[in-house]
Each structure stands twice: as structure tokens, then as C-alpha cells.
Design a protein around this ligand. Structure first.
Ligand code: NAG
Ligand code: NAG
Ligand code: NAG
Ligand code: NAG
Length: 469
């Protein structure tokens, strides 16, 4: 591991301090100073010594003051022999252990997932010395710890749409509702204690490539790092960490409405711009430029990529399972092309699996409207530019309903429509489809859609007054 003097010098000033970070983006600079700020540089604080940074009696704290079930952001989180420790003299300042972490076993297989003393313990500063020893090895920066098995990792939606997106939403709340999330330091490392090889990677290889693009300086550590620390038989202290645990996220009451891991993160009070820093870095690093759109949804820069009309992208699934009846697919393309003929939009009909990753991101990065059958392609809405006209139109087999892509849309301030053939459903803020709904042909090969219905809503979204919600 990269270790040098400046890292430790910086640590000296970190002791016991947690704050709402508004520091500059520090990633990629040689002298990464983590959460150092003006206050912590105050040499008159007698606690700011290198030795103190290592003391196990320093209490764990919650930056921002509130823990989100399954996405728990903690400063000074201790780890010894594979067990996390929260050192506190006031356990009532923390939620129950089950809201923080669950046993790392597959969900739905009959295992008891309730957290035990093996995963996490609360101890008092007085107990810390006996349990953890006098000193801990400091692990600096921000560590994302995805504590689950590979069961719900090896999939573009689960990794990017839930784990990374949910974590960033919660983390970004540290800066309040401002656009200052740009200033949050990126994670120094992602730790996957229960991943042994490539299990977190999805088959098309999108998860990993986009991680390298979005977080080129972030290392991804797996079970061997975790085991090294167990064998070392020392206590380490994570300066700032987020424990991400799917089953713990499921304990939030919002889960009972939407049945998604990231339901709990919707309780966080953050701006719909929260994702912008990650969206922009990713697009910049994959595509080479970030398209900017105006109030009409028209690409205005860079100049050479400017368009005359807003882009509408239809993500075709006719190559795989869960797809439209062929004639309805053709009818949808025809209806969209008619909109193009009317001068309302420019239409891209794309089959993601036939495109390079760069092409996939590029087309989404300039799309104001995206249409597609329920499926992973809609995770790519993460790269759509934010705007008041931004719209995701998700086609389900009539009667079917799941919240995966709707939560992403709402989290980002986009309008989301569910389409059941010729019927549109959408909800204002605060209202939602009740429950989830499987229909017999949910994964069918001849899902109906009435093209003109879809075209009509796109016409309204792109040509009407700027929508308010
Ligand atoms: C890092 O810190 C050293 C010593 O303070 C300084 O000389 C050097 O210019 C810094 N490097 C960067 C990239 O800021
Ligand atoms: C312990 O935490 C609770 C909840 O945050 C708080 O109301 C209480 O004042 C704290 N007690 C002490 C002694 O700090
Ligand atoms: C969210 O944060 C803003 C700005 O800090 C505040 O005005 C608003 O009341 C908060 N909303 C909720 C629901 O806490
Ligand atoms: C879909 O809607 C169209 C237009 O209302 C209707 O003509 C068609 O029969 C519907 N298809 C199915 C399968 O219900």
C-alpha cells in the first residue's frame, strides 16, 4: 500500500475531528490530505498529536449526525479480527446494529441474517483498551465497505444503481442541499470483504470499467486485504467509512413501499444535483467531453457536438428476453420517427449490447428522453444530463410494476412514466405506485406497446411549457 510521510503528517491534524467536509477535490494530487481543514490545522489544540490518532479510546462519530439504514457513514470506525467496533459512551446516539449491518450471507436462502457480535459490537471507551489494545493502525481517507456477498453485486443495476449511487447519495448529504458535492473527496478505497475474485463484476464488464473511469485513484480491495488485517492481529481504525449492507438497508420502512435496497437513501435530504460530480467525471473520462444542454434539451456544447433538437433515445431489447412484440417495436420506432419528422426531436434507436461502452455512455450523456422496456439499459439514465424536461419512459407488460428505475429517476429529479401498452402512469412528488406487481408475462417476448401513446407524452414533455415536476 502506498504510504508516505505526508499522509501521516496529515493524519496528525485529523484526530477526533469530524465535520461537514467542504474541502477541495483532492483526488489525484500527490499530497492527499483527506479531511484536513482549517480548524484541524490549529496547533493550539493539544489533542492534535500523532499518538492520539492511534488511540482506541477516541469515540466513533456519525458525520452529519444521522445514519441511513444500510448506508452507515461513520468516522473512526474500528476493526479487529474481522469485527467492526463502534467505540461510544452513548449507544443511544446510534441506531440498532441491525440497521447498520447484517451477516454476509445470501438473502432469501433461509439463512438467519441478523447481525451478531461477529459483525459489529458497541463498546465504551473504557472497554476499548482491553478489547482493542491501546493503539490502532490508522487507515486514512474515505473507505466504502460493501459488506455483502456477490449475490446482488455482479449486475450493472445492483452495483452502480444501488451500491455506488446509494452510497454517493448518502455521502453527498454531508454538504447539505448545495451543489458543493463537487468538493467531497472521492473514496480512497472500496473494500469488499466477502468477494474472493471477480464475482462483483457483471458479465458485460460495465461495473469495473466504469469504476476505473469514475474513480481512477480508488483502489478496490477484497477478502485478502480483510484477511491480512485479521492475520496481522491488530486493530485498525478507518478515518471515515461507510458500511453498506443490503439486508440492513431493508430494515428501513421505505423498503416496505419500494422493495429496493436504495429505498432508505430516499430519506436523505440532498439536492437532485448530488450525482453531478460522478456523472461528469465518468462521462469526461469515458467519452472525452461532457455535453451541455439548454432549457429545451438541445445540446449546446461542445460546439461541434451541438444539436438542433433534443435527443430521444429508445433502448431496444429485441435481442433478448423481456421484449416487445415485434410489430409493436416497429410501431414505436415509426411513432418516434414521426416526432422527428415534425421537428420535435432527434431519435436514436440503440441496441446497447452492440455498442462499445464509450458509445453507450455518449448517447445517454446527450439524451433528454429515454424510452425502454424495464431492464438494465435503463440504469444508463445515470448519465443523462439533468434538466426540467428530462424524462424516462419505462415499458412494462400490462399490470407489471417494479421500482428499480423509477427510484433512480426520482432521485435525480427526472420525470418517470410507466407504460402499460396505451396507458401511462406517473406520480407527483410524495405519491407512489403501491407495492410491486408481477404479471404473468412480465418477462414475456411479446410485450405490447402503443407507439403513439409514447410519442404523445414525449411531444408534451419537449414542446410544452417547462414542466414543474
Ligand atoms: C507535496 O508537498 C510537498 C512538501 O510540502 C511539496 O514540496 C510538493 O510540492 C507537494 N506536491 C503537490 C503535488 O502538491
Ligand atoms: C446520547 O445520545 C442521545 C441521542 O443522540 C442524546 O439525546 C443524548 O443527549 C446523548 N447523551 C449524552 C450523555 O451525550
Ligand atoms: C432539507 O434541507 C433544506 C436546506 O438545508 C431545508 O431547508 C429543508 O427544510 C430540509 N428538508 C427536510 C425535509 O428536512
Ligand atoms: C394496445 O393499445 C392499442 C391502442 O389502444 C390497442 O389497439 C391494442 O389492442 C392494445 N394491445 C393490447 C395487447 O392490449
Amino acid at each position: 500500500m502506498r504510504r508516505n510521510l505526508p499522509y501521516f503528517v496529515a493524519l496528525v491534524s485529523l484526530v477526533g475531528l469530524y465535520h461537514l467536509s467542504t474541502s477541495k477535490v483532492l483526488v489525484g494530487t500527490e499530497n492527499f490530505t483527506g479531511f484536513k481543514d482549517e480548524k484541524s490545522a490549529d496547533a493550539s489544540n493539544p489533542k492534535n498529536t500523532y499518538e492520539d490518532a492511534r488511540l482506541t479510546t477516541f469515540e466513533t462519530t456519525i458525520p452529519g449526525g444521522e445514519l441511513v439504514n444500510g448506508f452507515s457513514l461513520l468516522d473512526r470506525l474500528y476493526l479487529r479480527k474481522g469485527t467492526f467496533y463502534i467505540v461510544t459512551s452513548n449507544t443511544s446516539a446510534f441506531p440498532s446494529k441491525n440497521n447498520i449491518i447484517a451477516r454476509p450471507l445470501d438473502i432469501g436462502t433461509g439463512h438467519d441474517l441478523l447481525c451478531t457480535d461477529k459483525e459489529l459490537r458497541f463498546i465504551t471507551p473504557a472497554e476499548a483498551k482491553n478489547t482493542l489494545g491501546d493503539q490502532a493502525l490508522p487507515v486514512d481517507g474515505f473507505t466504502l465497505i460493501a459488506y455483502d456477498t456477490e449475490q446482488f453485486m455482479k449486475h450493472f443495476y445492483h452495483w452502480w444503481g444501488e451500491i455506488i449511487f446509494g452510497a454517493w447519495r448518502v455521502y453527498s448529504a454531508l454538504t447539505g442541499r448545495s451543489k458543493e458535492t463537487t468538493g467531497l473527496p472521492l473514496p480512497s478505497r472500496v473494500l469488499l470483504p466477502h468477494i474472493y475474485g471477480t464475482e462483483w463484476r457483471d458479465i458485460p464488464g460495465i461495473n469495473a470499467r466504469l469504476m476505473r473511469a469514475a474513480f481512477p485513484s480508488t483502489s478496490i480491495e477484497k477478502f485478502d486485504y480483510w484477511d491480512d488485517l485479521i492475520l496481522l492481529d491488530k486493530t485498525v481504525v478507518f478515518e471515515r467509512a461507510m458500511i453498506i449492507s443490503r439486508e440492513a438497508a431493508h430494515t428501513h420502512h421505505f423498503y416496505n413501499s419500494w422493495y429496493k435496497m436504495i429505498s432508505s437513501t430516499m430519506a436523505v435530504n440532498t439536492s437532485t444535483d448530488f450525482w453531478e460530480p460522478i456523472r461528469r467525471i465518468t462521462i469526461q473520462n469515458v467519452v472525452g467531453h461532457v455535453p451541455e444542454i439548454n432549457y429545451r434539451g438541445v445540446v449546446v456544447s461542445p460546439r461541434w457536438a451541438a444539436s438542433e433538437m433534443p435527443f430521444v433515445t429508445y433502448i431496444v431489447r429485441q435481442g433478448g428476453a423481456r421484449r416487445l412484440a415485434e410489430s409493436d417495436h416497429e410501431g414505436l420506432v415509426k411513432a418516434l420517427k414521426e416526432l422527428e419528422g415534425e421537428g420535435i426531436c432527434q431519435v436514436n434507436v440503440v441496441q446497447m449490447e452492440k455498442m462499445t461502452l464509450e458509445q453507450q455512455i455518449e448517447v445517454m450523456a446527450r439524451s433528454t428522453v429515454v424510452v425502454g422496456v424495464h431492464g438494465n439499459g435503463l440504469t444508463h439514465q445515470l448519465w443523462m444530463p439533468p434538466s426540467a424536461r428530462s424524462t424516462v419512459i419505462e415499458i412494462f407488460a400490462p399490470g407489471g410494476y417494479f421500482h428499480d428505475y423509477e427510484i433512480l429517476s426520482r432521485s435525480l429529479g427526472r420525470k418517470h412514466y410507466a407504460v402499460w401498452n396505451d396507458t401511462l402512469t406517473t406520480f407527483p412528488k410524495g405519491k407512489y405506485f403501491e407495492g410491486v406487481s408481477y404479471s404473468d408475462d412480465f418477462h414475456g417476448l411479446s410485450i405490447p406497446v402503443h407507439g403513439p401513446t409514447v410519442a404523445q407524452i414525449i411531444r408534451a414533455r419537449l414542446t410544452g411549457p417547462i414542466p414543474k415536476d
